[in-house]
Design a protein around this ligand. Sequence first.
Ligand SMILES: Nc1ncnc2c1ncn2[C@@H]1O[C@H](COP(=O)(O)OP(=O)(O)OP(=O)(O)O)[C@@H](O)[C@H]1O
Length: 293
Amino acid sequence: MIGPFGLTACMSYIGISPSSLDSSSRAPLIDVRAVECGYAGRTILEGVNLQVHRGQVVALIGSSGGGKTTLLRLMSRQIRPTRGTVLFDGQDIGVLDARDIYAVRRRMGMLFQFGALFTDLSVFENVAFPLREHTRLPESMIRDLVLMKLNAVGLRGARDLMPAEISGGMARRVALARAIALDPELVLYDEPFAGLDPISLGVAARLIRDLNDALGLTSVVVSHDLHETFAIADHVVMVANGRIVAQGSPDELRNSTDPLVVQFVGAQADGPVRFHMAAPDVAHDFGFAGGQA
Ligand SMILES: Nc1ncnc2c1ncn2[C@@H]1O[C@H](COP(=O)(O)OP(=O)(O)OP(=O)(O)O)[C@@H](O)[C@H]1O
């Protein structure tokens, strides 16, 4: 009989080290050091230092366009820093070759913005997909693992449904089951609550926390929903204008007097966080003389 979430035996059977269960290790799982990066020569993040400790739920918050998703992309080596290093479990992932980065990514689960399910596959097959892609497990083991993951998100009973037959909140939970199918050590979530009603949102948030603790995961969650995020995070990191401008426990951020934090947590449009993206002069764009904007 296999337990509710998956066993060490299953993990080693599919070749994954259950090292996340080793709480004796004090080195951070993710260590972002003095990183600078950007797209097409445009610098987005600058001087970013961030440690994600094992077992924690870390929330990345901040205004739109501040660089939160870019930070997740760095952690999963979808992009490389132009300066500085990103260490995963002590390894500089910026210098790994394709084979090694593939091995590292197997230790990460990702639920990226609007991470859609495959519409022509059942709920069961969606969760089975990474197991079929990345392992050679026998069908009976795949079945047990898929049902365990679906059970963990409360949807074992939905296994035969198609994505079109389930709600948005349920689809997000199936995507979560799929993200943890390979028993990752780290799960990266990009706006996992986007578009959910308040009840589904609360359920999804609680699930992220519970799965994190039950499976010995480490989670990084980008979210605009401060209420739910503060309720589940151990550590909150605020990213604005390409820099980390504040970090601490949810209470520390709530009680902060830093104008940037106060502006964001208090949802004020005006303040130190730029509302406008850098753009040509207003007078230039609208064709009138300077000084009249
Ligand atoms: N693939 C890309 N190519 C070029 N520029 C990009 C790319 N992805 C993001 N950017 C730019 O990088 C900046 C940071 O984007 P990013 O998506 O990291 O911000 P964010 O904080 O996650 O925003 P949001 O909360 O709106 O998702 C933005 O100015 C964005 O336009």
